[in-house]
Design a protein around this ligand. Structure first.
Ligand code: AMP
Ligand code: GLY
Length: 422
């Protein structure tokens, strides 16, 4: 099979590597890919929101199946568009992608189906915000309704801040949002639960914990994710049962009832409060960097699983996982998530010794005239596996230090809540 893979992050490099290892895979085309996928696939520079151009390239290269990494094309309906043009594609429809694309849509599903989530109100104007504020204690969470590249959520420490943030959203700070969600702040531990879903059933696809804040001990502004590990021990069998029965099943049933069954990867973002899971968010894709810690643990052929899924036959496949734990640490450009320099040479990359367990997934990199350059905020994902996460982390840090890349920084404390807290 010829595969088309849309996206350019660490997640897509991890997917590309797994697909490349599949017996079912003939050739991979990455739209546009990065410096890492270039060695495994053919990278094709293209605007991933230009669906007509993508379709032309997909036909030109006789691509049999398309996988979509990021949320934006999914929210804009790439799956509907490609299916209409008789191209096989793995991912949710435009309607189902609203689980991530509209926080109000997700919250409505929660309310109608008794799904545990933070208490909330969808507000369309300031008056509604002011009124709802009266019933909440600080801190209070304000969320822009639409996609906001990870910048749409503010945890407000004063009611004045709630009003200021709300006003900015109503004024159009995020083009995708003219309404917002105000909700109570939940105190607990965050974890992510992943599934692969087809029209008839779903299968477990791993757990992970991300580290969103830029600074050690979870301080500073939010990022796309500074590192992750898998599995997430907070999701024990008991919590998992509750996630499936109280959150996943009612959501999938609701979408099926509306004649828009969910298909694709589903990322369930949770807050675990005293062994009770609350839904914080849905993402309609794999996480980045969570994908980079989940896929190394996957034993079953990824392409085989996806084939079963697009044929709505997931029920018939047994997905096997490695018992080992894995961790990834993201090496970022200095200045990220604020301003940072681009096109900086990464000169020692070839000195890094990679093997089956120690893998460096590229994110914001590009190979230009044979040289590896940084082109993004998150640059490389140093990933490793083993039985002892503490030792895995030490190994990863050693590897990052070997690179001696002066323009980068990373968090040395990934996993601190389970590894360093006494
Ligand atoms: P979201 O984009 O909805 O995942 O929100 C971004 C981050 O804000 C989450 O990963 C949480 O750390 C935090 N967050 C969102 N909603 C809440 C909430 N109701 N209570 C506590 N923290 C929250
Ligand atoms: N790492 C968080 C995300 O993929 O949304």
């Amino acid at each position: 099979m010829n595969i088309g893979l849309i996206g350019s992050g660490g997640r897509e490099h991890a997917l590309c590597k797994k697909l490349h290892g599949s017996k079912l895979c003939k050739k991979i085309f990455c739209f546009p890919g990065n410096g890492g996928t270039e060695n495994l696939a053919k990278n094709i520079e293209v605007d991933i929101l230009n669906f007509t151009e993508l379709l032309r390239l997909i036909k030109l290269h006789k691509i049999d199946l398309v996988l979509v990494g990021p949320e934006e094309p999914l929210s804009l309906g790439i799956v509907n568009f490609l299916k209409k043009n008789k191209i096989k594609v793995f991912g949710p429809s435009k309607y189902a992608a609203r689980l991530e694309g509209s926080k109000a849509f997700m919250k409505k599903i929660c309310k109608e189906n008794n799904i545990p989530t933070a208490k909330f109100r969808i507000c369309k104007n300031k008056k509604q915000v002011v009124e709802y504020l009266k019933s909440l204690k600080l801190p209070i969470v304000v969320k822009a309704d639409g996609l906001a590249a990870g910048k749409g959520v503010t945890i407000c420490k004063s009611k004045k801040q709630v009003l200021n943030v709300s006003e900015e959203i109503f004024k159009g700070k995020f083009k995708s949002s003219n309404k917002l969600v105000v909700e109570e702040f939940l105190v607990g531990e965050e974890a992510s639960y992943f599934l692969i879903v087809d029209k008839n059933s779903f299968k477990f696809f791993g757990t992970a914990q991300d580290h969103k804040r830029v600074g050690e001990k979870d301080i500073g502004p939010n990022t796309g994710g500074m590192g992750a590990y898998s599995p997430a021990p907070i999701i024990n069998k008991n919590v998992e049962k509750k996630i499936i029965n109280k959150i996943v099943k009612p959501t999938l049933k609701a979408l099926r009832k509306e004649n828009h069954p969910y298909t694709g990867f589903l990322y369930v973002g949770l807050m675990i409060v005293k062994n009770e899971p609350y839904l914080i968010e849905y993402n309609v894709r794999m996480g980045d960097p969570e994908c980079q810690v989940i896929l190394p643990r996957l034993k079953t052929d990824l392409l085989k699983i996806i084939k079963f899924s697009i044929n709505n036959n997931l029920k018939k496949i047994n997905i096997k996982w490695n018992k080992e734990k894995s961790m990834t640490i993201v090496l970022c450009s200095k200045g990220y998530p604020g301003k940072y320099k681009k096109n900086i040479l990464i000169s020692n990359f070839k000195n890094l010794k990679q093997n089956k367990k120690d893998i460096v997934y590229h994110a914001g990199t590009k190979i230009i005239n044979g040289k590896l350059l940084s082109v993004g905020g998150r640059v490389l994902n140093f990933t490793s596996s083993g039985n002892n996460l503490f030792m895995v982390r030490e190994k990863i840090i050693k590897m990052i230090k070997k690179l001696k890349w002066k323009s980068g920084f990373f968090r040395k404390d990934i996993g601190w809540k389970i590894l360093d807290r006494k």
